[in-house]
Design a protein around this ligand. Structure first.
Ligand code: SAH
Length: 265
């Protein structure tokens, strides 16, 4: 690392999508020296295992309605640990600045005059595109990438019909975080916003983990796809067309191979 690790500082670190090999070298180094690591649920044990032996590791995440630490409690923990002279890591899945309440934590640290630094990570949308084998900005088909959430968080609205109209364009690739399970209403809103039903769509579940899975289709058939385990990302747009075709033809080839095997028995 170019700069030395500072005590009494909070490092806001991205853990990447799950595979420890996709951590940055800087994140890895910080994990090995941090005194306190406050992490979200999405961070797997294989990454926490890279922490030094004396690190205090605290799960401050909350998933699926389970009771976790509140945002003020997380802020207070970061501030108290930094004031006590600890090197603190606030470890978040993917990139800490993408749908991660990072700005609120920075505000709290600034208010408490604690120094901080962001260490970026590979965000799930990019890991999902890599898993699918697609370039989100294939210049022949896409001039923009829209990173959006379909989740209604406290105080933040899910994209309204009007939003989808400005976001859903055929020259854009949509990367939808927290897509939920109501793909029928997502499909209907995107169709109503003007996208055609044959725009390619993919759902990537648990990208960059050992149980990663990918479902491919078109926007029109989005609701017919089988339910995949969370966390998942939905990708929609013509930029993923070849990758979707490749994935579908691989599926057909493996189904045919399976059928041949059964028939040969
Ligand atoms: N800061 C994170 C996003 C946090 S929001 C990042 O940059 O990736 C949580 C959402 O991210 C999940 O609901 C899901 O949509 C997505 N996500 C996180 N990890 C994922 C993974 N390994 N595979 C697919 N989606 C993932």
């Amino acid at each position: 690392m170019n700069s030395s690790v500072e005590i009494g500082k909070v490092y806001l670190v991205g853990a990447g999508p799950g595979d420890p090999d996709l951590l940055t070298v800087k994140a890895h180094k910080l994990l090995s020296v941090a005194d306190v690591i406050l992490h979200d649920d999405l961070v797997p044990a294989s990454i926490l295992a890279l922490a030094g032996p004396r690190a205090e590791i605290v799960n401050v995440g909350k998933r699926c309605g389970a009771k976790g630490a509140t945002q003020p409690e997380i802020n207070a923990r970061m501030i108290d640990a930094a004031r006590a002279g600890c090197t603190v890591i606030r470890l978040k899945g993917g990139d800490p600045a993408i749908f991660g309440r990072l700005a609120e934590e920075i505000d709290a640290l600034d208010a408490a005059r604690i120094s901080w630094e962001i260490v970026p990570g590979i965000t799930a949308g990019l890991a999902a595109a890599a898993a699918l084998g697609a370039s989100l900005t294939d210049r022949r088909k896409s001039q923009r990438v829209v990173i959006v959430t379909n989740h209604r968080a406290a105080g933040a609205e899910t994209p309204s019909q009007r939003d989808w109209q400005s976001l859903a364009r055929e020259d854009a690739t949509l990367v939808i975080y927290m897509p939920g399970h109501d793909f029928e209403s997502l499909r209907n809103q995107l169709l109503a916003a003007g996208l055609s039903s044959d725009v390619p769509a993919a759902i990537v579940s648990r990208a960059a983990s050992h149980d990663q899975s990918i479902e491919c289709s078109t926007l029109g058939e989005l609701a017919a796809l089988s339910r995949v385990p969370a966390p998942s990302i939905v990708l929609i747009g013509w930029a993923i067309d070849s990758a979707v075709r490749r994935a579908l033809s691989k599926n057909v080839a493996s189904l045919l191979a399976e059928a041949e095997l059964i028939l040969s028995r």
